[in-house]
Design a protein around this ligand. Structure first.
Ligand code: DUC
Ligand code: ZN
Ligand code: ZN
Length: 484
């Protein structure tokens, strides 16, 4: 007799589709079979039973370097994620200059503990790689289960230079952590932005030309080169251009430990959305910016071909009012408007409807992109699949439910969704976290605090031969041991 049995559904994993019941005890999957009985039962007849989504790129209770706070905290952000089919998420914990890493993680612990309805971890943003950070605090973060570190190549208050980037890659490599990078060329962006503003081109639509595709591809190429120099693992986040994606694909083909991520908005929105009347374009400002339809098609090809291991929302919620997008007034220039848009609740319904529903990806690819790949890459050892011994983090989808997207359906703290009015088919109707119903039939059933911190393991790099620069290899550099 199990605590809970999910009966009659079609189970989908990253490799298989099969009919079976799932027996759950003590929050874990205890059996897969037929005719299982439990103290409690969920009838999943006609439904798809999949691993709960893992949202691996979102900004929750995070202040920017200039002080603006995201509108979602761990309560509202996790609730919105859960309504969108997720049972785990990994937001960022952002170090700002002058802050320690341990202090940063303690701060985010205080924001997350007792608030989240789903399990969570953090990626650490490193903006101030002092000697203490490199030698003491990053290893301590890793030991605490924070096994991924993000760096920025742009934003004056956040970015690291190439040498600092190499230091972080090297420490990450030593411990088995994964470095993540926001890859855009800072000088190109500030040079164009200043010229646009000086010429009076200040409205939100000029955010697109201020962040040219070349700024992304130059930085992606440089980031990959730095990672290859020290043979470290690197994930390029929120890739928005075919050129950036092709660089990642080439590096992967060459065996380098390079990974890529793209996001919902780059597949479904374009720079024309930035050109909406008045300040409405501000709702669609994110960095890198939205591109065009040919770019969307190229990014779909890369998603299908496996260039992108992860597909994320990059939920960075700033309300369309003076608390968020309009904090610098109704006439702010595009340079003064917060970058980011919400989407944690729409990542999976959009990918399911437009991906699986329109024959662009298989159900298996959907599961891989929604949960399994992120679990493996980010060391969430008990999550991301339906197998005996895994956490019972499960999303049950009605593949036929059709909805028109509204902001009310997002259950976040936002006053808009960039996907308003889209028709989607396929909806997560029940979401379980460690066997506990978080969402069922449109209702929130978990309390804030149900979600627990998950210490993550290191990335499995099996199958990546890597790349040893001859200049760093003692066999070919006259015996100099200068990097691990
Ligand atoms: N980078 C992100 O990852 N999200 C929002 C804005 C940004 O620059
Ligand atoms: Zn970024
Ligand atoms: Zn982001």
């Amino acid at each position: 007799m199990f605590d809970l049995v999910i009966k009659g559904g079609q189970i989908v994993t990253a490799t298989d589709t099969y009919d079976a019941d799932i027996g759950i005890s003590d929050g874990q999957i205890a059996a897969l079979g037929r005719g299982l009985d439990g103290q409690d039962t969920i009838d999943a007849t006609g439904k798809l039973v999949m691993p709960g989504g893992i949202e691996a790129h979102c900004h929750i209770a995070q202040e920017s370097a200039t002080g603006g706070m995201t509108s979602d905290d761990y309560r509202s952000g996790s609730i919105s994620a859960a309504f969108g089919g997720n049972s785990c998420f990994v937001p960022f914990a952002a170090q700002h200059r002058g802050m320690g890493v341990t202090e940063t993680l303690d701060l985010y612990d205080s924001r997350a503990q007792g608030s989240s309805v789903i399990d969570y971890g953090y990626h650490l943003i490193v903006a101030d790689p002092t000697e203490k950070v490199l030698t003491e605090e990053l290893p301590a973060a890793f030991a605490r289960g924070v096994t991924s570190f993000k760096v920025f190549m742009t934003y004056d208050l956040m970015r690291v230079d190439d040498r600092q980037f190499l230091d972080i890659l090297t420490v990450a490599k030593t411990h088995g952590a994964l470095t993540m990078v926001h890859a855009e060329n800072s000088g190109m962006i500030s040079w164009i932005s200043d010229r646009l503003v000086a010429a009076g081109h200040t409205s939100p639509r000029y955010h697109a030309p201020s962040h040219p595709a070349l700024a992304e591809s130059e930085a992606v190429n440089r980031a990959i080169s730095l990672a290859k120099l020290v043979d470290a693992a690197l994930l390029i986040v929120h890739v928005s251009t075919p050129e950036g994606a092709a660089l990642i694909s080439d590096a992967r083909l060459a065996g380098a430990k390079i990974f890529g991520e793209t996001c919902t908005q780059y597949l479904f929105l374009t720079r024309d959305d930035l050109d909406r009347p008045g300040m409405d374009g501000a709702k669609f400002m994110c960095s890198p910016p939205l591109r065009d339809v040919p770019t969307q098609e190229a990014l779909w090809r890369h998603l299908q071909a496996g260039t992108f291991s992860v597909f994320s929302s990059d939920h960075a919620p700033y309300r369309f009012d003076e608390s968020g997008k309009l904090a610098n007034g109704p006439d702010a220039t595009f340079k003064q408007i917060a970058n980011g848009m919400p989407g944690i609740g729409m990542r999976l319904p959009m990918l399911f409807s437009e991906g699986v529903g329109k024959g662009r990806i298989t159900l298996q690819q959907f599961v891989a992109l929604s949960a399994t790949n992120a679990a493996r890459l980010y060391g969430l050892e008990k999550k991301g699949s339906i197998a005996i011994g895994m956490d019972a983090d499960i999303a049950i989808w009605d593949p036929n439910e059709t909805r028109t997207v509204t902001v009310e359906d997002q259950h976040d703290n936002m006053n808009y969704t960039p996907f308003e009015g889209w028709q989607v088919t396929g909806w997560p109707v029940t979401v379980l976290s460690r066997g506990h119903r978080v969402i069922d039939a449109g209702k929130l059933l978990a309390q804030p605090g149900h979600g627990q911190y998950v210490a993550r393991a290191k990335t499995d790099l099996t199958g990546y031969p890597g790349h040893r620069a001859v200049e760093l290899d003692p066999k070919t550099n006259f015996g100099a041991e200068i990097a691990p």
